[in-house]
Design a protein around this ligand. Structure first.
Ligand code: SF4
Length: 403
């Protein structure tokens, strides 16, 4: 349940008109607007760049960033904090720091230092939400809370809270250390987080054929609720997910658990043991994944995926390109390109970026570009300019590019 008091804000403060100029200046781009008008294509010096049909800032991110800007206007004199990155984009987070919005420090062990927050301070909760424990702590501190949690995330929370009320275990398809999944799991009584299909298969095998419960507990020690007992807590389950996972995988995992519970308990008893997941992959994630699946069917020499390195939905767009055996680079902004014809990028599964050169091989090229839901147009435009400048003596602008 969400708090309901005058210090808890779930909407902006009616200051949209006052912040619009700042948002346009910092995040929008004439170049991208113009490429969109040209069927998402731009050609220059033998390079054709095709933008996916859906990319970049989603509705939920747009809303969260606007609310943060409005919060600064609404409380000009107050100390403002944010419990985490508002979204996974370095530019946006740097801009918030410049607006003197403080990020709550996190220790190497992952613990947040809430002692810096005092009564009367304002605290912004990011688009992927906050855990129940954090929200209780902030309420106890008598802070002004601005909750930018995306409604798509809240939808999943409602589902998990329903599982809790009916004593079903929440099986969450997500990354156990992702902020959204931490917040979602905090709303469950019992939970198990599976990161991918192969982990789900392992669990289903255990459900059907049994196994060593100590091994189970060790394998999922970071991904289960306190006191989780596989024999007991895998008898009744419902599926939930991090909203930005790969949609096809979430569906496969849901079906696999349903089939497993059907085999174990039979069709007449299934309702006592399994609750179907419903549709909880958010629209924006789905649209971007669908657009990417369409784009990779076209003949492309190269794919660039832009977004924060800790952005889950961006990572999944990258995976789609790699699965289609395309040369694909995940970068987090224009600075990853250059100097010269090289790119600093993060391979799938790697914790750090590596350098690859050349970025652009010889000859005419068609490059597909997409961006995760937390990437502003201005960052995408910067990347396009950097790519085109590799083959150009002149700076790229809308006016000197053939569209
Ligand atoms: S990606 Fe989806 S869940 Fe995340 S903020 Fe955007 S709309 Fe909301």
């Amino acid at each position: 349940m969400l708090p309901s008091n005058s210090k808890y804000h779930r909407k902006g403060f009616g200051l949209k008109d006052q912040i619009q100029a700042d948002l346009s200046r910092e995040y929008e781009s004439d170049l991208i607007a113009s490429i969109k008008q040209n069927n998402n294509t731009i050609c220059h010096a033998g390079i054709t760049i095709k933008l996916a049909q859906a990319f970049g800032f989603c509705w939920g991110v747009d809303r969260a960033v606007s609310m943060a800007y409005e919060t600064r206007r609404q409380f000009p004199e107050k100390q403002i904090w944010i419990t985490n990155e508002i979204i996974h984009n370095p530019l946006v987070n740097d801009n918030l720091r410049e607006m003197e919005i403080g990020f709550i420090p996190i220790s190497d062990e992952g613990n947040k230092d809430f002692s810096l927050i005092h009564e009367g301070d304002v605290v912004i909760l990011p688009a992927f939400g906050a855990s129940v424990q954090e929200m209780q702590l902030l309420e106890a501190k008598n802070c002004e809370v601005v909750d930018t949690t995306c409604p798509w995330v809240s939808r999943v929370w409602n589902r998990v809270e329903k599982y809790k009320r009916t004593e079903f275990t929440a099986i969450i398809h997500g990354k156990y250390n992702h902020e959204e999944t931490v917040a979602t799991s905090s709303r469950a009584q019992h939970y198990l987080i599976v990161q991918n299909l192969s982990e789900a298969e392992w669990v289903c095998e255990y459900i059907l054929n049994g196994g060593d419960s100590n091994l189970f507990i060790e394998k999922f020690k970071d991904a289960t609720s306190i006191g989780f007992q596989p024999e007991k807590h895998l008898q009744r389950m419902g599926i939930a997910n991090q909203t930005t996972m790969l949609q096809s995988e979430t569906e496969q995992i849901g079906k696999l658990f349903e089939k497993t519970m059907l085999r174990k308990y039979g069709p007449t008893n299934i309702d006592e043991h399994f609750l179907s997941p419903g549709d909880t992959i958010c629209d924006a994630t789905q649209e971007r994944q669908d657009a990417m699946l369409k784009m990779v069917e076209e003949p492309l020499d190269l794919v660039i995926v832009i977004g924060g390195y800790n952005s889950s939905n961006t990572g999944h767009l990258h995976e789609i390109a790699v699965k289609h055996k395309l040369q694909a680079f995940h970068i987090d902004g224009p600075d990853c390109i250059g100097p010269g014809n090289q790119v600093s990028h993060k391979p799938i599964g790697s914790t750090s970026s590596i350098l690859t050169k050349p970025l652009l091989p010889e000859g005419d090229l068609t490059i597909g570009i997409t961006a995760g839901a937390s990437t502003p147009d201005q960052v995408i435009a910067g990347v396009i300019s950097q790519i085109l400048e590799i083959r150009s003596d002149s700076k790229i602008s809308v006016s000197n590019v053939h569209q």
